[in-house]
Structure formats: C-alpha cells, structure tokens
Write a protein that binds this ligand. Structure first.
Ligand code: C5P
Length: 232
C-alpha cells in the first residue's frame, strides 16, 4: 500500500507490558508530537461491545459499533490521558485486565481491525505522531520514518503490569498476569490478520533490566539521526 502520511510517524510496537505505552508517551511529550494509544481503541470497542451485548461472533454488528464510537482522549490528568466514550469517562474500565483480554479476542477479527484503520490513521497530524500498538509499523503506518519493536521477558512484563495496576489502585495477581500475558502473546502473534511481529525495518530493543529513561533516550537519539529531528 502506498500511503502518504500527513506528518512524520514513529511507530512503536511490541507485546503487552513491554513498556511501549510509557516510552511512546514520553517520546511524544519530548517531541511535542501527538500520541496514539491504538490498544485503547481496541479496549474501548471491547467495552462498548460488552455494554451493547454484542457477541464476538457477530462481526457485522461489531463493525457497525466501531463506526459509531464517539471517542475523546483528554490531556493527561496524571500519567495517562482520560478516555471518554460517548461523553462518559471510561478511563478505569478500559484499563482493566478483563477489558484487555476481551480487546485481544476482538482484535483477531478481520472486520474489527479493518473498521479501526481509518480512525487510527486520523491521529496522524502535524507536527508528528508517535503511534503505540502491535501493527503500527507493519500495517497502519507502513511508511513510518522510524519503527521500533520493544520487547522484554514475560516475567518482567508481568511484573511491570502488576506494578502499573497496583499504582492505579486496581486488583492484580502476579501468577494470573503471567498466564494472561502468555495467552495474549500467543493470540496476538498467531492471528491470521496483522499478527504481532517486528516490521522488516524495525529496530528491536529488548528492555529487560533497562530503565525507561534509557529506552526513551535511545528512541530520541534514533529520531534525531533518522528523522533529522532536533530533540535537545
Ligand atoms: O496495548 P493494549 O494491551 O492496550 O492492547 C489491548 C489488546 O488490543 C492487545 O492485547 C491486542 O490484542 C490488541 N491490539 C491489537 N493491535 C493494536 C493494539 C492493540 O491487536 N495495534
């Protein structure tokens, strides 16, 4: 597909808990660019489907539901932006493990992925976009000027997820998170449409044992050299 993005894009993909959300937000903030949390769109659709009692098997109704979502991301209240669905604050509900699991089940459905494509691309605006997801570099922004694939060991990713949930005052259980991460990795990597994998030109960064500041600095250095950006 020959796509002409309206603005430069940095695509940051990787599995659950790889730190891509935190890294992408910080890179976007450092550059003064827009930020797309594509996983949140799958989570919002999952929540909306639960509310509307639409089954995962009903791909056509899911497509209609996706087309009618009214989503707003409000500037960060704390570390993450507030999410409104049809005017209602769904920030907490969307971040639950249950919602993440349902999102990953819906994400295997080709019609669901197709129905969220244009919405994701609409986030690409000047001066630039940092896009966080599973298929940002492979499918949604194939012409992204910089593609990063962040990963970390399953044990470390489960521990990070545990810490994040606890910080937000949500329930967390480490062995259950580890099982869930393994199941979600398998589903994301083995689905027929847009499976999770590094883009051919992606830089793969294993962040096991690396602190977030270091990863952010590495990505900003790459943005400087590959996209010719001045990042201070
Ligand atoms: O990143 P996050 O955990 O919020 O994403 C929730 C789920 O949505 C993932 O497990 C994955 O199955 C799906 N997803 C996807 N493609 C994306 C972003 C998320 O399939 N670009």
């Amino acid at each position: 597909m020959n796509q002409h993005p309206a603005a430069p894009v940095i695509a940051i993909d990787g599995p659950s808990g790889s730190g891509k959300g935190t890294v992408s937000r910080r890179v976007a903030a450092a550059l003064g660019w827009h930020f797309l949390d594509s996983g949140a769109l799958y989570r919002i659709l999952a929540l909306a489907s639960k509310q509307a009692q639409v089954e995962a098997a009903d791909a056509e109704r899911l497509r209609t539901l996706a087309a009618g979502l009214r989503i707003e991301f409000k500037p960060p209240v704390a570390a993450e932006e507030q999410i409104l669905l049809n005017g209602r604050d769904v920030t907490q509900a969307v971040r639950s493990e249950e919602c993440g699991k349902l999102a990953s089940e819906l994400a295997v459905i080709p019609q669901v992925r197709e129905s969220l494509k244009n919405l994701q691309r609409s986030f690409c605006r000047a001066p630039g976009l940092v896009a966080d997801g599973r298929d940002m570099g492979t499918v949604i922004f194939p012409d992204a000027g910089l593609k990063i694939y962040l990963t970390a060991s399953p044990g470390e990713r489960a521990q990070r997820r545990y810490n994040q949930l606890k910080e937000k005052g949500l329930n967390a259980n480490l062995p259950a998170l580890l099982r869930d991460i393994a199941a979600r990795d398998a589903r994301d990597q083995n689905r027929a449409v847009s499976p999770l994998k590094p883009a051919a030109e992606a830089v793969v960064l294993d962040t096991t044992g690396t602190d977030v500041e270091q990863v952010v600095a590495t990505v900003l250095a790459m943005a400087r050299s590959r996209l010719g950006l001045k990042t201070g």
